[in-house]
Design a protein around this ligand. Structure first.
Ligand code: FES
Length: 129
């Protein structure tokens, strides 16, 4: 993806976030945040049998990168399994956000992914929250 297209895509996800707002009856609500800047992120997930992420959404207050990354991840993860989430690494984000952003804004880029992966590890150990 060329950089100009990438920046347009990131801005679009920030200005028109996908899957924004709480779910009606989430299985779990995850709270993430970056203490260095005070940005916050809530992720709502409804799981179905077999560890399927039936629905996922988010809200919060944060910078362009953290919010766009959350929007992109919710789009990707809807319908996937918790196992697929657990296996997701930052290569996927690097592909979407670009190497420069991942290097210069590591905490912003990874906030949503790290919040999700921490839950996914617990989910596999039998905890849902
Ligand atoms: Fe706070 Fe990006 S500046 S998460």
């Amino acid at each position: 993806m060329i950089e100009e297209q990438r920046m347009k895509m990131i801005m679009d996800h920030y200005e028109n976030p996908r899957n924004f707002g709480p779910l009606e009856s989430p299985t779990v609500t995850l709270r993430g945040g970056n203490p260095n800047c005070g940005d916050t992120l809530n992720i709502y997930i409804r799981t179905a049998e077999g560890g399927i992420i039936e629905d996922i959404s988010f809200d919060g207050e944060g910078c362009t990168i953290s919010q766009a990354a959350a929007s992109l991840l919710t789009e990707f993860l809807k319908g996937k399994t918790v196992e697929q989430l657990r296996e997701l690494d930052s290569d996927y984000l690097r592909e979407l956000l670009g190497k420069d952003i991942m290097v210069t804004r590591p905490k912003c880029s990874r906030l949503a992914l790290e919040t999700l992966k921490s839950w996914a590890r617990n989910f596999e150990r039998g905890k849902t929250a």
